[in-house]
Write a protein that binds this ligand. Structure first.
Ligand SMILES: C[S@@+](CC[C@H](N)C(=O)[O-])C[C@H]1O[C@@H](n2cnc3c(N)ncnc32)[C@H](O)[C@@H]1O
Length: 135
């Protein structure tokens, strides 16, 4: 077992987000008080993800789905678009779909195309909505 520590940097563009009073999408995206207390804290303890992919000839450096799940719920509401410039296995986009968010992602390693496609299909994203573009 390895004990890894990773840092999450949070940047904000502009001031705090404003929502109209009673905004339906915001209300439908709310989290509980105990989720808030745990998530808006300095240290998260999250179990790691299996990395081995002998079929790819490389590790994937995938992170646990719980990481983007929390961050997406903390910083977006239903219908928002989540960007991921380093898709890897597509964890962030799969979780975004699971949470009713859209996503846009980039991945430079073409061998991960099918991994990402399968991951998104399992998350219920129709193949027609996934577009791969070569370098
Ligand atoms: C740490 S992995 C991401 C793992 C991902 N979070 C997951 O859970 O599967 C980083 C990925 O970024 C990709 N990458 C590196 N440089 C890139 C670039 N310039 N443009 C797009 N993807 C890039 C790598 O091929 C690698 O798959």
């Amino acid at each position: 077992m390895t004990l890894d520590v990773e840092f999450i940097l949070v940047f904000r563009k502009g001031g705090p987000r404003r929502f109209p009073r009673g905004d339906g999408r915001r209300l439908a995206s709310s989290y509980t008080r105990s989720e808030r207390d745990e998530w808006f804290s300095q240290i998260w303890e999250v179990r790691g993800e299996r990395q081995a992919r002998p079929d790819l000839g490389r590790g994937t450096a995938a992170f646990p789905a719980e990481i983007p799940r929390r961050l997406i719920r903390m910083f977006s509401v239903l219908g928002h678009t989540v960007p991921d410039p380093f898709l890897g296995t597509g964890t962030t986009s799969a979780v975004a779909a699971e949470l009713g968010r859209n996503s846009v992602g980039y991945e430079i390693d073409d061998r991960l195309r099918w991994v990402i496609g399968e991951r998104l299909a399992a998350a219920g994203v129709p193949a027609a909505r996934v577009r791969f573009v070569s370098r």
